[in-house]
Ligand binder design. Sequence first.
Ligand SMILES: NC(=O)C1=CN([C@@H]2O[C@H](COP(=O)(O)OP(=O)(O)OC[C@H]3O[C@@H](n4cnc5c(N)ncnc54)[C@H](OP(=O)(O)O)[C@@H]3O)[C@@H](O)[C@H]2O)C=CC1
Ligand SMILES: Nc1nc2c(c(=O)[nH]1)N=C([C@H](O)[C@@H](O)CO)CN2
Length: 235
Amino acid sequence: MTAPILITGAGQRIGLALVQHFVASKQPVVMTYRTRHETIDALEQQGVHCIQVDFDNPESLATLEMTIRSHYNGLRAIIHNASSWDCEQNNPDFSQLFDNMMRIHAKVPYQLNLALADLLLTDDCVADIIHLTDYVVETGSPKHIAYAASKAALDNLTKSFASKYAPNIKVNSIAPSLIIFNQHDTPEYKAKTLKKSLMGIEPGCKEIINSVELLLNSDYITGRSLPVDGGRHLK
Ligand SMILES: NC(=O)C1=CN([C@@H]2O[C@H](COP(=O)(O)OP(=O)(O)OC[C@H]3O[C@@H](n4cnc5c(N)ncnc54)[C@H](OP(=O)(O)O)[C@@H]3O)[C@@H](O)[C@H]2O)C=CC1
Ligand SMILES: Nc1nc2c(c(=O)[nH]1)N=C([C@H](O)[C@@H](O)CO)CN2
């Protein structure tokens, strides 16, 4: 029996698309969600193990580790997808914002990678850790300062864990720019954002699915960041 892939923050959008992709390809998957979106019922009916986790809760990591260990003897991969795209404009308490960004984007992946590494080593194939970072790791972001810094920290964790866990576990980042808009995005924001890349499109979750599959199927790529950004760096 193939060991499951663990995906965090998969109750909606990209994480959910990844879960649905793996269900369709018969790859076992276990996911965490914070808010019980209506999607969770359907996933559970399809046999997906959905674990409710709010990583802001200090006990959440120990509880998640215990739950994973009580159900599985190994993991094929961990995909750190959970994220909060928060900004200074919406958070006058900059200290709290910084802590929140660093916790979800860097501290949680750091602690889970250390706590669950032995489960990644039980499979007879090379295992994977994939960090979802962001194009702004390269540039910073004046409107999402703490967010960008925390994603840069996650990108650095990729390098450290790739060295620490080679050759049995590959560790890579996927660094997207626009993949999918949010429901509240205005037409003006969308038009402005589409102009930021050479391709000028909202590509959709398939770009991340394809990138994840590329990394999972590689025997050689590790310690690297896969840019999925429509040529934004050349605009
Ligand atoms: N969408 C895009 O265009 C881009 C996405 N990315 C990155 O790709 C990844 C997926 O993006 P996207 O699907 O838009 O992500 P979302 O903004 O939809 O967030 C993914 C999930 O993270 C969960 N989450 C947030 N905070 C916590 C927490 N404290 N504890 C547990 N879960 C939490 C959310 O839970 P809840 O449902 O409860 O809110 C949400 O379902 C992210 O890492 C993102 O930064 C990077 C660049 C562009
Ligand atoms: N957790 C999230 N991170 C990011 C999101 C998002 O919706 N949730 N969206 C973006 C933007 O698409 C940006 O890449 C382009 O404006 C960035 N990160």
